[in-house]
Write a protein that binds this ligand. Structure first.
Ligand code: HEC
Length: 190
């Protein structure tokens, strides 16, 4: 920006204003770029988990693992829809039932393994879920692998494969429970 004045010192004044303006513009650009970078780099807002570990186990892992385990005894292809399949509370008897339900429950187990690594979750005794412990992460990964085995077995629609995969999945549950879910509640998650 040039402001022209008809005075002897006018030229100098105009140059100074021009320099000032360029300086100001670059400062604004720098601020904008910095703001952009810091927005892009700022981590997502931490979400406090709604459930404690026991609630998550009862509400999610128990339910979906049972869908997988049940396919050892009863062929999902032969399970009939309930009278109101769109309102079914059992994935196997609903509109998205049969082997598809087993596949979906296996996928839910795989993806939900991440929830066992969410920071900020408590166990029922008030202890933090020990997400920082290496063996905990190992057990979580075992669960993930159990889910993958179950998914593959469900895709094959073969009950013998489900029996084998259920063994892998069930072992992943009990390996972690043996260490982190002792009978005495006060000793859990330690
Ligand atoms: C990485 C460790 C870990 C894995 C893997 C895990 N659990 Fe758990 N589970 C726990 C802990 C610890 C508790 C106790 C939590 C508490 O008291 O807050 C628990 C509690 C439970 C409960 C509640 C029991 C009750 O009587 O209240 C159920 C049900 C359960 N788990 C099912 C499962 C199933 C099914 C699987 C496998 C598909 C599984 N869990 C895998 C750690 C694990």
């Amino acid at each position: 920006m040039l402001i022209k004045r008809i005075s002897p010192g006018g030229k100098v004044a105009a140059m100074n204003i021009e320099r000032f303006t360029i300086g100001l513009v670059s400062a604004l650009v720098a601020v904008a770029v910095f703001a952009g970078i810091s927005t892009a780099q700022s981590p997502p807002r931490a979400v406090v988990p709604a459930s404690n570990l026991n609630q998550l186990m009862r509400g999610l892992f128990f339910v979906h693992a049972n869908v997988v385990f049940s396919a050892q005894r009863k062929n999902p292809a032969e399970i009939k829809w309930t009278s109101e399949p769109s309102a079914s509370t059992d994935p196997l008897t609903g509109v998205f039932g049969n082997w598809e339900a087993v596949e979906n429950s296996a996928l839910v187990l795989i993806d939900s393994a991440d929830l066992l690594m969410t920071p900020g979750r408590k166990c029922s005794n008030g202890m933090d879920v020990p997400v920082g412990k290496a063996d905990w992460a190992g057990f979580v990964n075992e669960l993930r692998e159990g889910g993958k085995a179950a998914y593959k077995a469900a895709q094959s629609k073969n009950m013998d494969n489900i029996i084998e995969a259920s063994d892998v999945l069930n072992t992943s549950c009990s390996d972690c429970h043996n260490k982190y879910r002792p009978r005495a509640i006060e000793n859990r998650c330690k």
